[in-house]
Design a protein around this ligand. Structure first.
Ligand code: JAH
Length: 242
């Protein structure tokens, strides 16, 4: 997969993209990430990327011309390439959206700044608008990093054989069960007996119950959509009683 990112702050992407899973995926040629500075697509002496809002009001708005020119310089002549704007007005990001994006061979991400982006970018350039959550950021860069990380780990060959993305929370539709490692007793707090028992059927049952209990306590709305069998539904009903 090739990912092009348009931003006024390409430096922000250096550490996350030169660390860990993402770096390994890039080094192994499974993904390429190309950063483009929107300021490089201006033509005036002062490299102006923003201007005052028509109609007045506080702050500045990103001008459309450099963003259109930057996209046009990276976009191929043919083929379906999503042009994604990270914005608080976007559709909510989720594991399902990450899965959908991971099927494309290319993505173009646009990171806004200031008080917003000229509406003609939203209406005549962008094909998809994504929000990573309902909170205010100073720009789309951190949101773009979140999207890239979530998508790249789904690409074939990116995760080692240890981990399968199919086992993750939000894929199964349940939160994960509690994990423990050594020591068996730490400051008087013991690891649950069943995990030391060596009884793998019992362990699997306990973990599954813990996942359901946790989801019920912390994210009950996830249980409505989770793919649960009859016995699991009955367990949920019993847990709700007590
Ligand atoms: C802020 C342009 N979903 C989080 C998110 C994404 C982008 C922005 N804010 C929040 C943003 C300023 C300018 C985009």
């Amino acid at each position: 997969m090739r990912i092009d990112i348009l931003t006024l702050f390409p430096e922000m992407f250096q550490s996350p993209f030169s660390t860990s899973i993402l770096k390994r995926a890039i080094d192994r040629g499974l993904v390429s990430v190309n950063l483009h500075n929107i300021r490089d697509y201006t033509h005036d002496k002062h490299h102006t990327v923003d201007d005052y809002p028509y109609g007045g009001g506080a702050g500045m708005v990103l001008k459309p011309e450099p963003i259109f020119e930057a996209v046009e310089s990276v976009k191929p002549e043919s083929g379906e390439v999503p042009i994604i704007l990270l914005s608080p007005q976007g559709r909510p990001f989720s594991q399902q959206v990450a899965q959908e994006l991971s099927k494309y061979s290319r993505l173009i991400l646009i990171c806004g700044r200031y008080e917003g982006v000229d509406e003609r970018v939203h209406s005549h350039l962008v094909t998809d608008e994504i929000s990573i959550g309902d909170y205010v950021l100073s720009g789309g860069e951190l949101a773009a990093m979140v999207v890239v990380e979530a998508v790249v780990r789904l690409l074939p060959g990116v995760l080692g054989s240890e981990a399968s993305p199919l086992d993750d929370s939000h894929v199964a539709g349940l939160l994960e069960y509690p994990q423990y490692t050594r020591p068996a007793v730490f400051r008087d707090w013991s690891v649950p007996e069943v995990l030391l028992s060596g009884n793998h059927a019992q362990i699997a049952k306990w973990r599954h119950e813990q996942a359901i209990l946790r989801t019920l306590e912390r994210r009950p709305e996830l249980l409505d959509k989770a793919n649960l069998g009859l016995e699991e539904r009955q367990l949920v009903d019993r847990l709700k009683q007590s």
